[in-house]
Write a protein that binds this ligand. Structure first.
Ligand code: GCB
Length: 591
């Protein structure tokens, strides 16, 4: 799915700004058909932003259910006769969209984009009323799953099985854009590198016309290859490759022509690189790659999961400062701005679906009467939503060179036989959607002998909390048990291993000579114990600390104003662990 862009034939208008907003606590909006007029008693809400923390009330923070957004939009007069599309980069978690009185689209899944074709509904030069209802609820049919309880006083309470706050709303950009009636609908690119030979395989889908020209240029604009068909392979001998740390991008210009002779043009950035798994190595351009970095979150005071360019650029600067070369989009697809930035700067990404919380045992939120385990609770609806989440992720991110692997779930219950039955078709679907990248999932603390599904995947990704959730406070035992377990994985699977999570909570400013839990010293010592083990085991090809920064969670006795496993605080100040990692990853001392 192509992101809107400006080209010789395309224009886009950003709809960021203040929208009219109503928190629909009484569930009145759908019944009273609020899209038919101005929203009643509306306040104002910035878009993009999660709505929860903006109004400064507990009601907004904890709201479970519908919120309504509305604004007027004028269609530029010069768009007469053209195709007009509305694009939401994300709406968490279910949305319905109306243009004036007409429903023009709906979507489920809070982290992938969707479009509404307005062509037949708009008059160029005239304004229209755009209304969106966004439902924040997570249920057993959604990804991620959740349960909504109705309390005796009528209020709703949202439970979920994942460890980050359920921020919701329009937390990414909204666009109005135009193309000619005949247009480039999609482009799929895969690249291959053998020695000094580089190839770009492409397919371009046109609607209402046909592909007339495909041109590949290097970063200086010099033409490197050309074709005139919708599908093919471009040879680019001696191409400058996209490499970790060096985000070199070519660009692929695709032109289509419609029956009336009108041309559409889309320009896709292309990083030429090869990704492969070979034995226990992870290769990028044929060279072993060692992942250094983090599991992150989109999380930010006040904005919640609202995308923010300032924070994004700063986070990448901190990744650079600390010597990280990669991160995982734990636990959902991040804003496309983030992937584009990583493409340009050579940061490597493990791209994850929102399938987090498919595991009731570790969530501590079950109540009497709930199903005993996740596989007894969910049905085909959840799996269908999960399948859509995989397909939408791949459709959105398939062309990003920074993305080197798909993670299709975080910490699902992988001990019960039902897990294998559930995941087998999903792994097949991921490979069918993109045969060019390895597929993994992040596995919860479970030894290889008890795991029923890791053999289905290409890379063993392990979230391990020795010294924190197990062997709490005893790093000697933690180090020994971690090493023993990793050696079992090597023996039984022989695949590359990435530790996709390890870490300890540390409250910034809490210190102790005894280095007890929750201190900055303990966080450092735990990371160092893990690193000693990693350095003794060749098959460990990656270390992603949990987490880059402290982040918001739901309420809980194990959480002190959120999760404190960040090596940076929520406002991005370094803890002692940040300096320790910087020393390990760059060799630089604090000064
Ligand atoms: C995990 C989860 C992550 C949590 C983390 C923790 O295993 O994957 O979402 O935040 O542990 O800190 O407990």
């Amino acid at each position: 799915m192509l992101r809107p862009q400006e080209t010789s034939s395309r224009e886009r208008v950003g709809l960021s700004g203040l929208w009219a907003f109503v928190l629909d606590a009484g569930d009145r909006g759908r019944e009273e058909e609020w899209w038919r007029g101005p929203l009643p008693d509306a306040s104002e809400m910035p878009v993009p932003a999660s709505f929860n923390d903006v109004p400064a009330t507990r009601d907004a923070h904890d709201h479970v259910g519908d919120v309504w957004y509305q604004r007027q939009v004028r269609i530029p007069a010069r768009w007469e006769g053209r195709r007009v599309v509305l694009r939401f980069d994300a709406a968490a978690h279910r949305a319905v969209v109306w243009w004036n009185d007409v429903e023009v689209g709906r979507h489920e899944g809070g982290y992938t984009p969707f479009e509404c074709d307005l062509t037949e509904h708009v008059r160029s030069g005239e304004p229209g009323r755009l209304t969106v209802v966004v439902d924040s609820r997570l249920d057993l049919g959604s990804i991620p799953p959740g349960i909504v309880d109705t309390l005796p006083d009528g209020r709703r309470r949202q439970r979920y099985f994942h460890d980050f706050f359920n921020y919701a709303g329009l937390h990414r950009a909204v666009w109005l854009y135009t193309t000619p009636r005949a247009y480039v609908d999609d482009i799929t690119v895969t690249t291959e590198v053998t020695g000094t030979d580089a190839r770009v395989h492409y397919r371009a889908d046109a609607v209402g016309g046909h592909v007339t020209e495909v041109v590949l240029r290097d970063a200086d604009g010099v033409e490197r290859a050309r074709a005139a068909s919708a599908e093919g392979t471009l040879d680019v001998p001696g191409a400058t490759l996209w490499r970790p740390g060096h985000g070199y991008l070519h660009r692929l210009e695709v032109r289509t022509t419609g029956a009336g002779g009108e041309t559409d043009e889309y320009v896709l950035p292309v990083g030429i690189r090869g990704v492969a798994v070979d034995g226990d190595r992870f290769l990028i351009n044929g060279e072993p790659f060692h992942f250094r970095g983090f599991g992150k979150h989109e999380d930010n005071p006040v904005r919640g999961k609202g995308h923010d360019d300032v924070l994004m650029v700063h986070d990448f600067a901190l990744l650079d400062w600390i010597g990280a070369n990669s991160f995982r989009t734990s636990h959902y697809p991040y804003a496309e701005d983030v992937l584009e930035y990583a493409d340009r700067h050579g940061i490597v990404i493990i791209d994850e679906t929102p399938a987090v919380g498919l595991n009731f045992e570790i969530a501590h939120t079950l109540v009497p009467g709930d199903p005993p385990h996740v596989w007894a609770a969910i049905d085909g609806t959840t799996q269908a939503a999960h399948l859509r989440a995989i397909q939408e992720l791949v459709a959105r991110d398939k062309n990003h060179p920074s993305v080197v692997m798909w993670s299709i779930a975080n910490e699902p219950d992988s001990a019960r036989p039902e897990a294998r039955t559930y995941f087998e078709p999903l792994v097949r679907a991921a490979r069918a959607a993109d045969p060019s990248r390895p597929v993994c999932f992040a596995q919860v603390q479970l030894p290889p002998a008890e795991d029923v599904m890791s053999d289905l995947f290409d890379v063993i990704c392990l979230n391990r909390y020795y010294g924190w959730y197990v062997e709490t406070g005893d790093l000697v035992t933690a180090e020994r048990e971690l090493e023993a377990e990793l050696r079992d994985w090597v023996r039984l699977h022989g695949k590359p291993i990435i530790i996709t999570e390890y870490g300890a909570d540390a409250i910034a400013g809490v210190h102790s000579v005894a280095a007890g839990t929750w201190t900055e010293e303990y966080q450092v010592e735990l990371l160092e114990a893990f690193h000693r083990v990693f350095d003794r085991i060749d098959a460990v090809v990656g270390e992603h600390v949990w987490n880059f920064a402290d982040f918001a969670t739901g309420y809980g006795v194990g959480r002190a104003d959120g999760n404190k496993k960040g090596v940076f605080t929520r406002d991005r100040r370094p803890k002692a662990a940040a300096y320790a990692l910087r020393r390990r990853w760059t060799g630089k001392t604090p000064t």
